[in-house]
Design a protein around this ligand. Structure first.
Ligand code: PLP
Length: 395
């Protein structure tokens, strides 16, 4: 947390925060990295200490120096009051939603939000007496008309999962606040390096740290950052639910963060290069990348973001499932699997299914999502070019 850091302040560049934040070599015999703390019990010296409950650590579940080393970096980058590491990105979403509601309340979720968060809202919050409604990710100021007196949280994600709509966070925050609700933003795609929702008016920011923060496809983690006003509710819910992140996992998140700035730069440049190249390919109907001038939300992206991520989508000419198999089954470099953010490139054919209810997705056989990794650009293009050739021949 904030109260135990050396040398970092908001005047430093993000690169310096990423490399120096949360490290205290003077407490670790001079070793550069905060080591892995494993622990449940924390000892008290005297009864007076036990009664006072004032020492820095009380019990393992509340955190340890390794988890705090991550939290202080993210907190500084997001400009939060506090940040907590949680076991997954989904846990960050569920904690954030639960921090805002009680039985009888209402929440609004962007139709473009990460699907497991929708499932939590529909399958769990509804059962606890919270009504769940979905809104068009492009609603903007139109959100005001949908607010009910009992609406307590609005969940946004910019860009949206799979379909990459950009949401105007400042406009949504104003509408949510006027109606007495908090705005929660999933900022996993851009990271705080390229988009800072709290500065735009959001109350809570969540991350799938599993993705870009970790960067190596080897840990599940999430973070949740909040303003001073929202923090007590977030912290209380996380505590009550018993969510805990291990020192081992935290160590790997911290290690990923040290190189986040240069990784993001490389991912951004490669993804943009390939997205622009795909736009010129015969089989491609459209590319869903907010940093391309052809993207319908490019202007909002330009206004609110200072960079773009590794992940984008593209729509091919309609075809049968066999053509999709021809595309992905013989790729040499792109792997097929969930998640993203690692050094390795991924290509996922998307089955939208029931995960869009406000704006149903028209065709489920020709949408693909790619994460552009750190391989050679020409190799990646050759892999995609061969896949497009197979798709064209099969359709
Ligand atoms: C993956 C993802 C999550 C969930 O993160 P996990 O760590 O896999 O639980 C949340 N939001 C977005 C945008 C994601 O891509």
């Amino acid at each position: 947390m904030n109260d135990h850091k050396t040398g970092t302040s908001t005047v430093e560049s993000v690169e310096t925060i990423l490399t120096h934040g949360g490290r205290h070599p003077e407490e670790q015999f001079g070793f550069v990295n905060t080591p892995v703390y494993r622990g449940s019990t924390v000892l008290f010296k005297t009864l007076a200490d036990l009664d006072a409950q004032a020492q820095r650590y009380l019990y393992g579940r509340a955190g340890n120096p390794t988890t705090e080393s991550v939290e202080s970096v993210i907190n500084e980058l997001e400009g939060g009051y506090r940040t907590k590491l949680v076991p997954s990105g989904l846990a960050a979403i569920t904690i954030a939603l639960m921090a805002c509601v009680k039985a009888g309340d209402d929440i609004m979720i962007s139709d473009s939000a990460y699907e497991p968060g929708r499932k939590f809202a529909d399958g769990y919050l509804e059962r606890m007496g919270v009504s769940v409604r979905y809104y068009d990710p492009h609603i903007g100021a139109g959100l005001t008309a949908l607010m009910q007196p009992n609406t307590k949280a609005v969940l946004a994600e910019s860009p949206g999962s799979l379909t990459f709509e950009i949401q105007d966070i400042a406009v949504l925050a104003a509408a949510a606040h006027a109606g007495g609700a908090r705005l929660i933003v999933d900022n996993s795609w851009a990271t705080p390096l390229y988009h800072r929702p709290l500065a735009l008016g959001a109350d809570i920011v969540v991350h799938a740290a599993t993705k870009m923060f970790v960067g190596h496809s080897d840990v599940m983690a999430g973070t949740i950052s909040a303003t001073q006003e929202a923090w007590p509710d977030v912290d209380r819910v996380r505590n009550l639910l018993g969510f805990f992140s291990s020192g081992d996992d935290a160590y790997l998140v911290a290690r990923g963060l040290r190189t986040l700035a240069i990784r993001m730069k490389e991912h951004q440049a490669r993804a943009l290069d390939i997205a622009a190249w795909l736009e010129g390919q015969a089989e491609v109907e459209k590319v869903l990348h907010p940093a391309l001038p052809s993207h319908p939300d490019h202007a909002i992206w330009k206004k609110n973001f200072t960079g773009s991520g590794s992940l984008f989508g593209f729509v091919l000419k309609p075809a049968h499932r066999e053509a999709v198999a021809a595309f992905v089954d013989h790729m040499r470099i792109f792997g097929m699997g969930y998640s993203w953010g690692g050094y390795e490139s991924l290509c996922l054919p998307v089955l939208m299914g029931k995960s869009r209810t406000v704006n149903p997705w028209p065709n489920d056989t020709n949408l693909f999502r790619v994460h552009i990794g750190l391989e050679g650009l020409d190799d990646l293009k050759a892999d995609l070019a061969a896949a497009l050739g197979r798709y064209s021949a099969a359709r």
